[in-house]
Design a protein around this ligand. Sequence first.
Ligand SMILES: C[S@@+](CC[C@H](N)C(=O)[O-])C[C@H]1O[C@@H](n2cnc3c(N)ncnc32)[C@H](O)[C@@H]1O
Length: 284
Amino acid sequence: MAVPDPDDLEFARAFVAANHWTYAVTYAKSAPHEYVVRDKLSPALKSDYDRFARLIVAVGHIENFYRQARPYWVLDGWKYWWMENIINRDDNSRVYGEQVASRTNTDKPINDFDRMAADWDTRVPPLVKPAEAVMVQAALEPDSDRGILDVGCGTGSLIRLLKPRPSGYLGVDPSSGMCNVHVFKHPAHRVAALTLAEYAMHPAAHPWTTVAALNGAASYLTPDEVEIASELADENLYLMFFGPTMTPPVPYNHDGLAAALELPGIEKRELGRWTLIARSSRLC
Ligand SMILES: C[S@@+](CC[C@H](N)C(=O)[O-])C[C@H]1O[C@@H](n2cnc3c(N)ncnc32)[C@H](O)[C@@H]1O
């Protein structure tokens, strides 16, 4: 889990105390738990509910409930999980079914991406507009089945666009919140809660046919990571940086783009609102 701030913990404990947790009688034998229903809360508590739900996703770990993998946050002996209009908790004494979920834990302090992960797909305006999506698909799709490293994978927009086979895919992203949502949406596709630099140090790291950082993920890479991305890309490198007209929700600096422009054999393209730095036979 990403490590919550003291403020988050204070808020979460106050939320737990302020609510009445209803015992789920119909699940008493099969899966005992208690719950709070958002629709029944006052407006003030509804906004606290939303913050608590975002925290569960931001700092939780992945666990399976039978075949469903989702984030769970263990706080003061209770295990909390979020199901849209309901937040549930149980006494953290059971697991259900085989536990084969990806590990999305980090020991890093909670960051802006963690906090936005739960509603990244709905709150952040679509990062790739339909016309841009067609351009990204045209650039990447034919390669996507031959091994793709999705750098800064977020909640998995590359999977929606390109539908890579699970066996030929790995997403890396240091935000455990983003990784949690990714696993919930695409349980068969592996993710690792690592920066690209941390992935490169891992004994299991290896080159990929394609290395892609979509929708501005490249803008968060350090110059060293830009070089790592280039080294890991056997055939195709696609680094999508925010273009000059874009104001992303999390600030970034421009060192990575400067480093990318120095890479040998690359081409710079404007791709809709984005700046694409690529090395690929497909773009020639
Ligand atoms: C703008 S989001 C893009 C997410 C996703 N690629 C998409 O298409 O929606 C940028 C992502 O880069 C991740 N990120 C930030 N620093 C990173 C790093 N050093 N290595 C890998 N990913 C990083 C963030 O956690 C975040 O999820």
